[in-house]
Write a protein that binds this ligand. Structure first.
Ligand code: ADP
Length: 192
């Protein structure tokens, strides 16, 4: 049976890394709203222009925009989704539940990658430095100032989802400070 899961955690927790591994190991489909928004930005579309500034500052883009992006993807059908960086607000969580219900599907788990703030700063600064060294573009929001805003947005707007999914009996925690392969093994064990 194909399952749908959410990866929950602050910026730098390793959601994208683990989602990438799950697409390979289980053939799941990664839906990252951050990637979708960066694609929109790169394409130069009207929506891309609107979101670019908000993202660079580290703030959340509107629920309407990200729910619209996810709705479009889900309309293409399929299952076995990994929601990476979505939902980030309670309104987005409600919308996701409704969209999946319309498809006759549900959520199997919301997996929280548990980390601490110090490691996040190190990882994100490290990611920017690696990109620079490799001559790759550095994300406009991978700097100390935006990171502060992104962390605040996480604690204020997204962390209530931990309680939300706990109440639904869907919350599972994994130790996000463990090495990448260990985190992957923990997630694998949860998915059975
Ligand atoms: P990270 O998890 O490392 O912060 P993402 O790539 O998931 O990176 O997101 C980058 C930025 O894209 C966020 O800071 C925010 O501006 C925007 N964004 C991504 N997903 C959402 C969402 N679900 N709701 C609102 N804004 C979002």
């Amino acid at each position: 049976m194909s399952v749908n899961i959410i990866l929950l955690g602050p910026p730098g927790a390793g959601k994208g890394t683990q989602a990438g591994l799950l697409t390979k190991s289980r053939g799941m489909v990664q839906l990252s709203t951050g990637d979708m928004l960066r694609e929109a930005q790169a394409s130069g579309s009207e929506m891309g222009k609107i979101v670019a500034e908000v993202m660079a500052k580290g703030q959340l883009v509107t629920d309407e925009i990200v729910i619209g992006l996810i709705r479009e993807k889900l309309a293409q059908g399929g299952s076995g989704f990994i929601f990476d960086g979505f939902p980030r607000t309670l309104a987005q969580a409600d919308a996701l539940g409704a969209l999946l219900a319309e498809m006759g599907q549900g959520l199997h788990a919301a997996i929280e990658l548990q980390v601490n703030d110090e490691v996040l700063v190190d990882r994100i600064v490290g990611r920017a430095e690696e990109a620079r060294a490799a001559g790759k573009p550095v994300r406009a929001d991978d700097n100390a100032e935006s990171l502060k805003t992104r962390l605040m947005a996480y604690y204020k707007q997204t962390s209530p989802l931990v309680g939300y999914y706990h109440a639904k009996g869907l919350l599972k925690g994994v130790d996000g400070l463990a090495p990448i392969d260990d985190v992957a093994a923990q997630i694998d064990a949860l998915l059975g």
